[in-house]
Design a binder for this molecule. Sequence first.
Ligand code: HEM
Length: 521
Amino acid sequence: MGCLAIALVSFTVIFISIIWQICRILFWRPYVVTRCFRKQGIRGPPYSVLSGSLHEIERLKNAARGSVLETSSNDIIQRVVPHYHRWSLDYGDTFLYWFGTQPRICISDPELAKHILSNKFGCFIKPMTRPLLEKMAGRGLGLVNGADWVKHRRITSPAFTSGKLKVMMKRMAECTLSMLHEWKNQSFVAHNQCKMIEVNGEFRKLTADIIAQTAFGTSYVQGREVFEAQRELRQCCRASIADILIPWSLYLPTPENLGIWKTERRLNKALRSIIESRLNSQVSRSSDSVHGDDLLGLMIGESEAAKTKPGLKLSMNEIIEECKMFFFAGQDTTSTLLSWTVFLLSSHQEWQDRLRQEVLKECRMGIPDSDMLAKLKLVNMVFLEVLRLYSPVITTFRKASKDIKFGNLIIPRDTCISIPVVKIHRMEKYWGEDANEFNPLRFSNGVSEAAKHPNALIAFGMGPRACIGKKFAMLEAKIVIVLMLQRFSFFLSPDYKHTPMENLTLQPQCGIPILMEPLLL
Ligand code: HEM
């Protein structure tokens, strides 16, 4: 009898505490957070139980996806993030919305963004991401926090020093030349007429090849299994991004989940085999470490060193997660930057001509070295302008790790902060009336002088968690564009539809078909 009573009491306590947790998440917390922000004059779309603002986001995005913009228009906010557009009109530049039950405050002020991104005291951390996204992009450097982040950043940083980047330039150029050679052959097939190339797909393959070779010492063909598995998982991510997140739902054996698990196993197996083949081979090139001094070699070396120096350990699983992150981040963003650069240079022929003149003056028809690249002022300005108008990263997120007060703003603990990069980059308040125009000359006096706020350009983030691959990406993008300008004239195909959209990064929904004409210089 006594045991039964204890069991009954325990069951009741557990039951009540579960009910309380559910009520807290679904009703109490939204009420408290909404009230806290309302007191500060910050409003937003109403909270719907469980789904928050997700249905509204999905409705607005679906409507936007049916539209096609004028090719000459760089005013892409309404199509890419229509919910930010709608809610800024209704509630002002700072507003509160709900990603399911997670509160998100959208902050478009570069000064506040600077404080949040530059904070070094752990007040603003990387939020948990969707489990499916984590399966695809890996729980690596970009997602971990605290001591884990310090360890991962310390291990991976030496792979991107200036000396290492200089060595990588040759590889980058070789991969690019092989792609351009194929294009040229295709053009000859068409009797030297213009050939239509869908550049977004081509740049994806190219940047995949480059990151596979430079960071992992493998080729695109060997890394193909990784990229294909990541692409499949990415499609699942895209399909489910507006779904209500039900904890543990990814562990239910539904037909969809079984497919996801299978792809995840393929991805892990492919990465494990790349890592193991490096472990088994003594690297013959001139490097300090037996495992090589590229990114993969550094991670494996650290893991080996950990056998004698405990505490620094990077386990096999951690290496796999980090590989996923770099395979994804190293490929997706730079290919996006290149795609939009070619789009803008095709629709601004005068700029394409100016860049070609500069390239031919500084590099002639040769492969550019780092000194030559440093002299390409116009090329640099064009890339900055592309990063401003078509920033591959659309929004940056942080989470308040505790209740935080700064300036007039009080942010309750666990509130997610969304910094809409794509919006800050075209606010007239900072960029002037021509904010939506393609005008690389605004960067004539450098980045900090281009806008009314020195930190209004945040394409690579800011502060301790700024992009680790920034120099790598800029070097790669410059080499590709230089080699392209030397060999081809390019024009927008009449089939082009201007349809930028959010698909983790800023993607062209209908691709970017470009007419390539080989140059006979
Ligand atoms: C045009 C190309 C690129 C753009 C626009 C870009 C943009 C960004 C941005 C905005 C962040 C900061 C995100 C945040 O604050 O939450 C970031 C972080 C990161 N990027 Fe990039 N990125 C590019 C290329 C690359 C490349 C080529 C690599 C790898 C080779 C890379 C690897 C990473 C990693 C690992 C992080 C996380 C850093 C950390 O949290 O410490 N990115 N990137």
